[in-house]
Design a protein around this ligand. Sequence first.
Ligand code: MLT
Length: 474
Amino acid sequence: MSLKLSRCARELFLKTSSIKGRQHGVHLVPHRSSSCNLKEAMAEQIKIHREKVIKFRKEHGKTKVGEATIGNIYGGMRGLPALLCETSYLDPNEGIRFRGHTIPETLCELPKPECDGGEQPYPEGLFWLLCTGCIPTKEQVEFVRDEWNCRGKLPKHIKTLLLNFPKNLHPMAQLSAALSAMNIKSQFSKKLNTVKKDKLWELMYEDCMDLLAAITSIAALIYTHSFKTPIDPKIDENLCWTENFCHNMGICEPEIIDFMRLYMILHSDHEGGNVSAHAVHLVGSALSDCYLSMSAGINGLAGPIHGLANQEVWRFIQELVKKHGKTPTDDQVKSFCQDALKTGVIPGYGHAVLRKTDPRFTAQKEFCEKHLKDDPNIKIVWQLFKIVPPLLESLGKVQNPWPNVDAHSGAILQAYCITEMNYYTVLFGVSRALGTMAWIIWARALLLPIERPKSYTTDKLIQMVGSSGTCKKK
Ligand code: MLT
């Protein structure tokens, strides 16, 4: 998607943002807070950013950034510039930037564990970055970790709910239901009418911190209840968010925990238009609390052409192995893919916005080159990476023949003995909560209104377009 700003709007946009020598790396909130308290740091950023938005809207509220075509209306609004999202921006060629930071920059700059040999940064730090626009210090990361650790105890009714679900209820349905049932805790919905509008974000902040603290225990209990022997989730205050999550799943190997930290960062945010982020934002715009909003996002993420695609990729690899064995030749892989394309798609390849290899795929590949390079399934992922793009390009119909994040993750989870593929999208959902919760706090801070775009019937559109093919005013 390319956002076509008029020259004048672009100049103002650049002037009001701090560019720090990057073409797209616009740091929307340049002020760096010295506070270690996330809420205080956000309050400082919100004050500055509100003023910037008010000025920008006043001067350019009527400036056009694009036009809706009939194709956009029938085409899922693909490419239509219609949404705001401050936490991340997706460039078609270089991939996602979290508050102006590319994936390699984010992985390099965020604080990392110092003693357990972990190489991947803390997701707590990413959350600080998404909320404030600044790379946190070690102390700021510790603040988030401590907050989540002390808020993380699961309400009893959530445990009872999860333990009473049939074990074969899809894990995403369990996650969605448990998140909805958490809304009994919401301060936002209880106090909504008692605080001034410009303080609403503070209630949302408290709820989002509670949700993020609890979601890992919910997800862990879904895992152990559905696939193993249930473990009552415990929070050890000396451990980080990801360690507590993994321990509650019954996983203690440092290398797997390190991969999980990477996984949690990579899947967290992908600007505002993807189904899960948009669903959270849309439901939140009606002033639903973050539990109901996140549950809506999880329902969207559970779709096979959104978050469930990682499950489809693993199924595809399994079918390939079943037909041609664990070490198929390139010709066998190619003919398998050609057969698949006769009736469908190659899961994990293509993307609505991206036009190059997803840097989230590359980050996972780099992790595997270090830790899992001899795993046969990982080798198949890389073989597909070699064979599929030229094959799709040769068809001449595909806009993006490159792999996305889902093309890699399943094989890594399998290598680490998390073999239950129905569970994979729950991990995606836990991670996606980081980005969508950061944005829902900001959405309330910016007092964004209820979303209510206009819809048309085909007959109305035909009438509006008229015989000349140009749109007449109503
Ligand atoms: C995502 O991470 O949400 C997916 O790549 C889908 C998207 O961006 O549309």
